[in-house]
Design a protein. Sequence first.
Length: 228
Amino acid sequence: MIKKQITIAIDGYSACGKSTLAKDLAKKLSFIFIDSGAMYRGVALYCLQNNLFDDDTNPKQVDIIHALKNITLSFQLINDNNCLFLNGKNVEELIRGGEVAAVVSKVARIKEVRMKLVMEQQKMGANGGIVMEGRDIGSVVFPKAELKLFITASQEIRTQRRYLELKSKGIEAKIETISSNLAERDLMDSSRKESPLIQVADAIVLDNSKLTREEQLDFVLDLVRNLV
Ligand code: DC
């Protein structure tokens, strides 16, 4: 459908369907799909595995910055699923669990962590033809992206979606725990000093609370068609 290798930046709060939309778009357009949150989760998992949090689960910042050179992240497509590899090991399942969710925003606040991951993300998108989703994609990673989207959905819907997503993966979690984790992370992500989640002026806002997956995809494909 499209010949031009544009860059599509998708930002928004936790669990509002950014990944689903980004995956659907990338498939339709034959673009690369990158879930940048998976990379922050990968760093958080490394920190958990290497005792880089204190007893109050605060990150040991100096040690983490020092350890960044030992962290290699990559993606591999396995059974049509983009899986995160941390130092050569498939950690896709581990990074989705509650332990990582509870600490990832604390790690994502660290400037040096962000610098490393942003640099890697920019390399992945150097040739365009990419859909990347996260919190700072339109503002920091690809400020010149041809299409920027800011996705929102009600807290209730987002909680329900995350609950069903975890359940489908065999991960048990309470609705209340998910809801409070989402609210806590949203607050931390949008109030942090280093590249907080913001809605940039040139982003198109899409509230998908009442849209089906197909309706959401069609809406964005129309936007893409008008661009190329
Ligand atoms: O999208 P997610 O829930 O998998 O993201 C995990 C965490 O990583 C989230 O709390 C915010 C952070 N993150 C970020 O700071 N910047 C990004 N580009 C993507 C995610």
